[in-house]
Structures are given as C-alpha cells and as structure tokens.
Ligand binder design. Sequence first.
Ligand SMILES: [Zn+2]
Length: 464
Amino acid sequence: MANDLDKEKYFTYLRSVKKSIELFREENIALQAELGVLQQQYGVITGKMTVTVEKKEYTLQQAAKFLESHDRNKREEVYKKIQDRRLQDTTQLNELYNQLIQKRNKEAINAGFENYRDYRFKELGRFDYTKEDCYQFHDAVKQHVLPLVNIIYQKKKQKLGLDTLRPWDIDAEPAGTEPLHPFKTSDELINKSIECFTKLRPFFGDCLKKMQELKHLDLESRKGKAPGGYNCPLAESGAPFIFMNAAGQMHDVTTMVHEGGHAVHSFLAHPLELSGFKEYPMEIAEVASMAMELFSMDEWNTFFDNEADLQRAKEHQLERVITIFPWIAIIDKFQHWIYENPTHTNEQRTAKWNEILNEFKDDVIDYSGLESYRSNAWQRQLHLFEVPFYYIEYGIAQLGAIGMWMQYKQNKQQAMDNYCNALTLGGTKTLPQLFETAGLTFDFSPDKIKVLMEFVKAEMDKVV
Ligand SMILES: [Zn+2]
C-alpha cells in the first residue's frame, strides 16, 4: 500500500509506523507491562515526601516557596530540610532505578539492540539526530553556556550583597523587593495576553479570542485543580484547551504565553488532512511555545506600568532560559553512561554522577559541605525514572526558540512568517526540514551555540 501513496507527503508518517512495527517483540509485552507498573513507584515514593516548616507540613514543591524568602537563615533551613528528606529514600530509589535499568536493558536486547539507549532513540522517533549530536550538545553547553551562567550567578551574588552564593540563595530577591504582580484576575490575564499576542501578530490574538469564546481558557485557581498549566489539543474543532491555576504571579504570565504558543501551533496544524500529520515531535512543539515566551517579552509592558518591574521580569526570563541548559546536559550525559554500562554498581553510578555534575559546575555557587546532597541530586529528576532519555528535547527546542528570537530581533515580520510556515507543517516534515522552514538550522554544535549565546549575552546586557 505504501507504494501507492505519495512518498514525500507520507514520509514522516510512514517512518513512524514502520518504526513501531520494527520494534515490536512478543516477549517484550510482559516486560513493558512490568516497567509500566514499576515506573509508577517513583511517583508513589516521592509523592510521600513532606517537610515540616514552622510546625506546618508541606510537600517539597510547596516548601520550595520558602527558598524565595528574604530571610537567609530560613532559606538555608528549608533547603536542608528538603535535601535531608530526599536522602531518607536514597536506598529505595537506588533499588528502583536498578530494576528499571535491568528491565529496560533486557527490552532492548530482546529487540536486537546493543543497549537501551540505541533502542530508546528509535522508540522515541529520533530519526533526525544521533548520540554524537547529543555529545556535541553537551560540549557546546560546557563551552558556551556555562560562561553566561557564571555571569548570571555573579550578578545575583552582587544584587543580594553576599560574599558567597549558596544553593539556597538562587531563588531569593534582595530585601525590600516585592514579587511581581502582572495582573489580578484571570480575566485580566486573558485580556492582557490577547493584547500582547495581537501586537505580535493579529492571528495569534485571534487564536486566544476564539479559545475564550469557546470557553477553552480555564485559568482560575481552584482547590484540587492540577498545578501548572497545560494545553490540550482537540482534534475536532482545532481549538485547544488551556488549563492553569493562575494566582497573579509572573510565572502565570509565562505559563499562559507558553501554552498560548502551543495553542497557536494546534490552530496552524489543524487544517492538515490526517490526524497523524498533526502529531509533531516535541523538539518542534517546544520551539512553538518557548519562542512565543521570548517574542512576547517585547510586549510585556502590557502587564507592567513601570520600567523597573518590566526589566526585572525580562531578566528572570533570560535567567530561566540560560540556567536550565547545564542541568539538561548533565541529565542527558548521565543517561548515556547509565545504559552503556547497565551492570554498574551504585558506587560507580554515584562516582560517575559526581564527575558529570562537576564537569558542568558553575564557578560561583559554593557547594562546600553539601556533598551528600549533590551525590543524590539525580534522584529528583522524574524523567530518569519515568521517561528515560526524554529531556534533551527541551534543550534542542530552547536553542530553536533562541534562534527564532534572534530572527525576530533582526526582522520581525520575516520571523513571524517563518514561525507560522514551520508550524503549519505539523509533523509532515523531518525535524531538519521543519527547522529550515522556520529559518533555523538543526544543528547543536559548539559553533552554532556560540552564536546564539553571544546574541543572548548582548540581550542580557541591554536588560540591566
Ligand atoms: Zn510546553
């Protein structure tokens, strides 16, 4: 049948179908079921983790808000409580991870692969890049992103007036600085977001307006509602839903804009004739949302009536964009080693983890005396347990988003056209083709990342 179809048109769709057939093994069915059950243990173990602060019990996520406190002693106290709580379950999580590694390795061997990494790359549909590309990404982050991370932390240290920056200082603001309040009600968040999107391109504003008309924007904070935000594409009307728990914070604006980028993507890809065509890879989906965050920064004056707050919001955004890269490289590099060496001991794993962690260490934060926490830090990364190897996508997409932003700063209309043209293709083209249509190159080599980071550095200098 495949021969009868237009080869070019169905190329990505067919290679995905073919992949699933090729990977299928009868003897893996039971193994995959076991893995499914086992993976859930991570959520069970970590979901029970709580700490008590000022006689009140908090989940670790809730307790993290104390890390923004002006009171440095309080920050240190809570930071250590969180880390100590994690340490209590080290053995249990080590055992769980060992079981997962063994079963995943077996799954890969059954399917005729040398190791789970190679199997998983295929399973994830990574047709357009290789492990070598990932190694390039790791090197590029070390060479060209870490210097920016150092600048960011150095500046933070100065702003806080500290002699040494400790891990519990990262999320703090100088005394007297109030949190940003970009909006009050969810209606205000919607209307300002529409205004912001319309200024970027009227079509973007229309997407949000249509969602509002259809009551597809559910932004109110309600008890029992899942935290964060997510965008849920709907096949029939083409209008996705956005759910979030908005509480008047800057974080809500970036979530709204991010999810709005995903929504625009859904609208643009909706006219494609097959639902399979609308299943685009994560590497391009997150370019849509992360680029929208960066584009929208130019219009954030919609949310602020004074320049100081606006600048602070932009500075935070760039910090967020840059400081995540080393962690992405660490988590990715660690997993390559894990599955290339599936028979390693816990001690070997810890030693390798520390080696990689130190390789990507900034020069500013003082980690002395916190070695046991550092050695254990990988256990907080859900992806290692639940969705192996699924993490570098964020790094690849963020590079794409920065590339889009660079175009935007050079030629706004052209950048918007490229953005829309690429997203309109849905999943009908390969990643290099989608990136090319967006005016980007699908390349994460040090030379390429150097250019992007020089651009970000210049923008950072403008902000402060
Ligand atoms: Zn997203």
